[in-house]
Design a protein around this ligand. Structure first.
Ligand SMILES: [Zn+2]
Length: 177
């Protein structure tokens, strides 16, 4: 229950809707949620409409608390979606330079995917599989409720985790580990 004062709100009472209890009983889950919460605090401000970020946050907490999805992979999906909501969506439809549809790399410099010949002229690219590329597209385009409902092979998860880490640190100009 919030009361609006002249310049601030006063919190009078509250009722818990969801405790995410499992997060407290697992140190790895707790650490991941602390990282995610720190990022949310960094990118949001009071009195902004942050409904979509709130929705992403709650869905992510749910997945971490109640599923066995790999935590590092969950964090990577969260980061890429958060950046997308903040207006930093990577260009994932086709090669961001020439429009080619056969994708082999992700470019940090140009914030998008690239074909082999365009990636040769870019030293900041990461080699990605077709499956990683499709996952990237999925993360950028998927509605909130379906965001976490896909699985890919471990090696592709690793590629996504690397892209998410470097892309986030680059766009938010901070070192999130
Ligand atoms: Zn190209």
């Amino acid at each position: 229950m919030l009361f609006k004062g002249s310049s601030t709100y006063t919190l009078n009472s509250c009722e818990t809707i969801e405790l995410f209890y499992n997060i407290r009983t697992d140190l790895d889950k707790l650490e991941a949620v602390a990282n995610i919460t720190k990022m949310i605090q960094d990118v949001t401000d009071e009195n902004q409409n942050t409904y979509k970020i709130m929705q992403l946050y709650l869905n992510t907490l749910y997945v971490i608390a109640n599923t066995e999805k790999k935590i590092a992979f969950t964090e990577a999906i969260f980061k890429l979606k958060l950046l997308t909501l903040l207006g930093f969506a990577p260009r994932v439809e086709k090669c961001c330079i020439c429009g080619e549809k056969e994708i082999t790399h992700f470019s940090l410099k140009d914030s998008g995917v690239k074909c082999t010949s365009c990636s040769l002229q870019d030293t900041g690219t990461i080699a990605i599989s077709t499956s990683t590329w499709q996952s990237l597209r999925y993360i950028v385009l998927a509605p909130a409720k379906k965001l976490y409902s896909f699985e890919i092979a471990e090696e592709n998860q690793k590629q996504l985790e690397l892209i998410a880490k470097l892309y986030t640190n680059d766009k938010l100009e901070k070192n999130y580990n």
